[in-house]
Design a protein around this ligand. Structure first.
Ligand code: ADP
Ligand code: ASP
Ligand code: MG
Length: 422
């Protein structure tokens, strides 16, 4: 905390950025309750910047509308449309704050000047002009900023990808050097796995930044991955909390392994239903083939995740990889029409009913046998593993989508993460 003297009392004040997600902004009542929470922090003498999402369901509704007009909406215009959800909530929250007797002022991303690159629908933040925000804070105002949006250098409205308000929140906290960035959502912290899927999941008091980064990238959407990256780069003190509870310490993202309060080997289980698997069969086993398969896929802007190439026998091999399910048809088309004839592969087969399950934990560095325990647990349930990938702190497997829930549950239990064994 910054030891700044408050004018009328010698309180320690802090600069806090609070981000409220869609459910937390989901109705006029919820918005008024957010205003009450902000008022409490103000009453303690803190300076508060609030970053908000659109009301829950609104961004989906806007995307749906766009698709009713155009099958593949123009990306610039899509961002014009989907950024409006947050413009509504900044205004509404500011009104609620003013009604509660506070001084408040709203800003869209462009008004702040959150400068991004021009990658519409998945823009990256380049810089934030924090001067206006600082002036308003010094005048005692609560500053309310629209999440998920920015502006490119030509003044075009951009958006930051789904869940992007988290990233706005952390980026503003970094730009202001805030004492803490609080992410308020509909769960009271980061859990060992998605509590919607596994009711026995447990809230973690803390999780290391590296683990959170893996969890987010492997499918736990409680924080957008870029927000975690920002927190790591700028060492933002980041906490996930519930906007539905009066009290609670939530989950702190820590930067030191030693600060971790729990010392479990596995911290959490992440999963992702959006994985689709593609296999190119009978590929000539010679130098340059991986590039000739993956090159055209990535040139078409399709992200490739796991890749496996088998040992070649009789001069040919099989080559498998995963892509996002939305891009499955596009990738299959490309491979069948251009890559297969070009490299002389026997066939291209695909499966878009797959899912990825990952166990994550820094404890893997110092413990052996995690992979074998994971594989044995899945084998005991008759779940076939189609692909495997590992890093220092995670093991991921691709399985048939229909076993996803079962896999997460049995792994959660096997690694002693269930609540009763806490
Ligand atoms: P918001 O609208 O507040 O941004 P999100 O829906 O984006 O909320 O993120 C919160 C949701 O993330 C929770 O309701 C929960 O279902 C899901 N979730 C997935 N994995 C986890 C996890 N490991 N811990 C907590 N929540 C998780
Ligand atoms: N409203 C946007 C979305 O639904 C951004 C966010 O909520 O973080 O993805
Ligand atoms: Mg979110």
């Amino acid at each position: 905390m910054r030891a700044t003297q408050n004018s009328n009392a010698s309180k320690i004040v802090a600069l806090i950025v609070q981000k409220y997600g869609g459910t937390s902004m989901g109705s006029p009542e919820r918005i008024k309750s957010v205003a009450q929470r902000v008022a409490k922090f103000k009453a303690k003498g803190h300076q508060v910047v609030v970053v908000v999402s659109a009301m829950s369901g609104e961004t989906n509704r806007l995307i749906g509308l766009a698709h009713e007009i155009q099958k593949h909406p123009d990306p610039r215009e899509l961002d014009v449309v989907i950024s409006t959800g947050e413009q509504v909530t900044i205004g509404l929250l500011s009104m609620a704050l003013i009604d509660a007797g506070l001084k408040a002022k709203s800003y869209t991303g462009a008004q702040v000047k959150i400068l991004t690159n021009n990658a519409f629908t998945k823009a990256r933040i380049v810089s934030i002009d924090e001067e206006n925000i600082r002036n308003d804070l010094d005048e005692g105002k609560v500053v309310v900023v629209a999440g998920f949006q920015g502006m490119d250098e030509n003044g075009n409205i951009t958006t930051l990808g789904r869940g992007g308000s988290d990233t706005t929140g952390v980026a503003i906290a970094a730009a202001l050097g805030a004492d803490e960035c609080q992410i308020y959502t509909d769960v009271d912290g980061v859990y060992t796995t998605d509590p919607r899927l596994v009711p026995e999941a447990r809230r973690l008091k803390s999780i290391t930044f590296e683990e959170m980064l893996e969890m987010a990238s492997l499918g736990s959407k409680v924080l957008q991955i870029r927000s975690v990256e920002f927190a790591g780069k700028y060492k933002v003190k980041l906490r996930v909390l519930s906007s539905f509870q009066e009290e609670g310490e939530g989950t702190l993202i820590t930067f030191e392994e030693n600060d971790k309060m729990e010392q479990a080997i596995i911290s959490g289980i992440a999963f992702n239903r959006d994985e689709a698997k593609i296999t190119v069969l009978g590929v000539p086993d010679k130098p340059g083939i991986a590039y000739q398969v993956i090159g055209p896929v990535s040139d078409a802007n399709i992200d490739v995740d796991m890749i496996i190439q088998n040992v070649g026998v009789d001069g040919s091999t099989d080559f498998s990889f995963t892509v996002h399910r939305n891009e499955f048809n596009k990738a299959m088309d490309l491979l069948k029409k251009t890559v297969q004839p070009h490299i002389g592969a026997r066939d291209v087969v695909g499966d878009n009913k797959t899912a990825k399950v990952s166990v994550v934990g820094v404890g893997m560095r110092s413990h052996v046998g995690i992979a074998s325990k994971m594989f044995r647990t899945l084998a005991e349930e008759g779940i076939n593993i189609q692909m495997i990938s590992t890093s220092e702190i995670k093991i991921s497997v691709v399985i048939d989508e229909k076993y996803l829930e079962l896999a997460v549950r049995v792994l959660h239990k096997a690694f002693d993460l269930d609540q009763e064994s806490a």
